[in-house]
Ligand binder design. Sequence first.
Ligand code: WQD
Length: 310
Amino acid sequence: SDITVLDGIEKITGERPVFYKADVSVNADMEKVFNENKDAVAIVHFAAFKAVGESVQKPLMYYQNNIQGIINILSQMQQNGINNLVFSSSCTVYGQAELLPVTENSPILKAESPYGNTKKISEEIISDTVKSDKNLNVVSLRYFNPIGAHTSAEIGELPIGIPNNLLPFITQTAIGMREKLSVFGDDYNTPDGTAIRDYINVVDLAKAHVLSIQRLLEKKNLTNYEVFNIGTGKGTSVMEIVKVFETVSGEKLNYEITKRRPGDIEQIWADTSKANDILGWNAQESLENTIKSAWEWEKKLASLKTNKPD
Ligand code: WQD
């Protein structure tokens, strides 16, 4: 991401996070971070690569960062007696599920992409590690498709280079940074032929982490490895997203239908009852407001660029 995110976090929370420029896949870097923060009570691990398409192009980069990263974090936690971890997992572990919506007990299929495989393997590494270490408690949150920005427009997505994900590509196209959106395939077996995902508001998603940390610190977890789906429970197609974007922004979006993207699945959405009932979490924000927040954020970024002195 970008160092300016720290300013946005400080504006929203009133606190500036302690920051290290470090590589999660380099154990010496993690050793330093952990050694200097021995009073930490929990870890939230966000330092993985996350783009399905990119992972197909650069599988080794994904395995190196995501797998070595979780190994380093777990081993540093053990060495420093830190017992609580919230891990960012992904709905991609379900691959193309036969039955929808997916529950946490749906089969974990062969991953469709190296990215999905890194999340599947990371969950296995966590599961094996908690079995061997009764002090360790982990919650894995299986994110569906996080989108949107904080409503203050102080923080939001900051893709480096050309965005891989749908929403930033849409907002960058509408603001004039990209010529047109490619809609990857309209020949899927879905009502309008475009692929279906469960798009979850990023602030709702953030709240699931707060609840997970509280659950771990209050020792309310039922087993020392728990997994929750974090989505809305509703599937939305790419073309439906385009239409909602056009409605909430008042902008006409330039797009074309192109071929399917390698590694993509056809459709997925979540059964979120476990997160609702056990974690006490619910998705609250509407798709319209969420997409609007992404657009407000893109406009804010554009205004910052315009006002920047040369
Ligand atoms: C969404 C849909 C594309 C770009 C993401 C995360 C991943 C994971 C799951 C956890 C797909 C289509 C996209 C574009 C398009 N979850 N699309 N044109 O691949 O579902 O994966 O959610 O965190 O980490 O990356 O998300 O936003 O790339 O794609 O038509 O230019 O939009 O084919 O159907 P994806 P995405």
